[in-house]
Design a protein around this ligand. Structure first.
Ligand SMILES: Cc1cc2nc3c(=O)[nH]c(=O)nc-3n(C[C@H](O)[C@H](O)[C@H](O)COP(=O)(O)OP(=O)(O)OC[C@H]3O[C@@H](n4cnc5c(N)ncnc54)[C@H](O)[C@@H]3O)c2cc1C
Length: 392
């Protein structure tokens, strides 16, 4: 994909970046190479995200990309958040998802639904020091998210929350949680309410951290709410309208997961393409065999298509045009591409690719989550089908 800045008449190709976007992307790429790459193997093995790296994300402005300057953020576009997720994920998908959840889900929800008072209270923290998490899923409600059981009862000026959340990304590092509970279990989705919860609220605790196949450095935790008191003033948006917040934030989040998967695919492809030049069999480099050339070319083509979908969906979001179908298609397709490309990368490495001494097996493990979180592939297909077959 051409990455040079050229002056073109409108409309510009999707791959045309402004000078600012080029600079932003180059800075993150450099940061990812210099600061993230050296830590990747250890973080994956230990299953722990480097604390100082999160600190550096804040210093670089990566945790508050779209937050307006008046609250201490970068006042950038959604497209920049997407570039950050792609570039970080090219080196480490766990780094990508830390930044992704913060920007595309948590900050996004606060920017769109918080009151002015809530914005003043929370956005400066999100931009400078506090990691966020987004807590919708429970043990019994994943795809059927609005079947959630965590209850919120109004008692005086507080809501009292009881229940458990499962699979919460950034659970270990987060200080602020956007958490969904129901104020009326009999009302189905109409009871769902979003709350802003601080880690030290009484009755809130973070439980077990999952031991996972991929994105191992990213923490995935259970959350416990035992008579957790949340001030009424911490309801995000309107009580009973949380389902809208969940649906709409996840629509944007899916473009972020597309970007993460495009980054994962590209990272693995770069290793495979380089290895094909270095490895010799039958007296030639692998890259001299047409069979290998075709595989590398096919991978590059699929990555190009994935990135075009990510960039287009993100530009649509920034342009304020409907993008729900494109976001679902992007997540669906990019996660398929990531799984195919990373799998082929292992094959190009042969037996070496199957070992942990080489980097490609991790990319494959990291690719698998793309088809699961923020709506499984079947859920994306259901959304797409509804939008392309409206009469069904
Ligand atoms: C590493 C990780 C991080 C996560 N991070 C978060 C987070 O930060 N916040 C959060 O809230 N959640 C998070 N999740 C939860 C994630 O969003 C859910 O796992 C996901 O939505 C799937 O739900 P489930 O696991 O309950 O699977 P299920 O819903 O039980 O689905 C199982 C299978 O059945 C299929 N299926 C279900 N219903 C249908 C249907 N109607 N038609 C066809 N097929 C169907 C699914 O596609 C899937 O293949 C995370 C999960 C993981 C693994």
């Amino acid at each position: 994909m051409p990455e040079t800045a050229v002056q073109l008449a409108s409309p510009a190709p999707i791959t045309h970046f402004t000078d600012d976007e080029n600079l932003f992307r180059d800075n993150i790429r450099q940061f990812a190479e210099d600061k993230v790459r050296p830590l990747v193997k250890e973080m994956d093995e230990e299953g722990v995200f480097d604390k100082d790296l999160i600190h550096q994300f804040f210093e670089l402005g990566l945790m508050g990309i779209e937050i307006p300057e008046q609250y201490g953020g970068g006042e950038g576009k959604f497209f920049e958040a997407i570039l950050a997720v792609e570039e970080l994920s090219r080196v480490d998908a766990s780094a990508g998802v830390v930044v992704d959840v913060q920007n595309t889900l948590v900050n996004n929800a606060l920017l769109r639904w918080a009151t002015e008072e809530q914005k003043r209270r929370y956005l400066p923290r999100m931009a400078s020091q506090t990691c966020g998490a987004y807590a919708l899923s429970e043990a019994g409600s994943g795809s059927d998210a609005f079947a959630l059981q965590t209850k919120a009862e109004l008692k005086g000026s507080d809501y009292v929350l009881n229940g458990r959340k499962l699979w919460i990304t950034n659970g270990k590092e987060a200080g602020i949680f956007i958490l969904f509970a129901t104020i009326d279990p009999g009302a189905s989705y109409k009871g769902i309410t979003a709350f802003i919860i601080e880690k030290d609220f009484p009755g809130f605790s973070v439980g077990k951290k999952e031991d996972k196949l991929g994105i191992r450095a990213s923490s995935t935790c259970e959350l416990m709410l035992e008579d957790c008191r949340v001030p009424k003033s911490n309801v995000l948006g309107e009580a009973g309208k949380g389902y809208r917040i969940a649906i709409e934030t996840l629509n944007e989040g899916r473009i972020g997961i597309g970007a993460q998967m495009a980054g994962v695919a590209r990272g693995a492809w770069e290793y495979a393409a380089r290895y094909a030049q270095e490895r010799k069999q039958f007296g030639k480099s692998l890259a001299e065999f047409q069979g290998i050339q075709f595989q590398v070319a096919q991978m590059a083509t699929e990555i190009e298509a994935a990135r075009l979908m990510v960039y287009n969906a993100a530009r649509m979001k920034d342009a304020g045009v409907p993008f729900v179908k494109e976001a679902a298609m992007t997540k669906l397709f990019c996660s398929q591409v990531a799984e195919r490309v990373t799998s082929l990368a292992i094959e190009i490495y042969g037996g070496y690719g199957f070992t942990k001494d080489y980097p490609v097996e991790k990319y494959w493990r990291d690719s698998k989550i793309g088809k699961i979180y923020e709506g499984t592939s079947n859920m994306q297909l259901a959304t797409i089908a509804k939008l392309v077959m409206p009469g069904k």
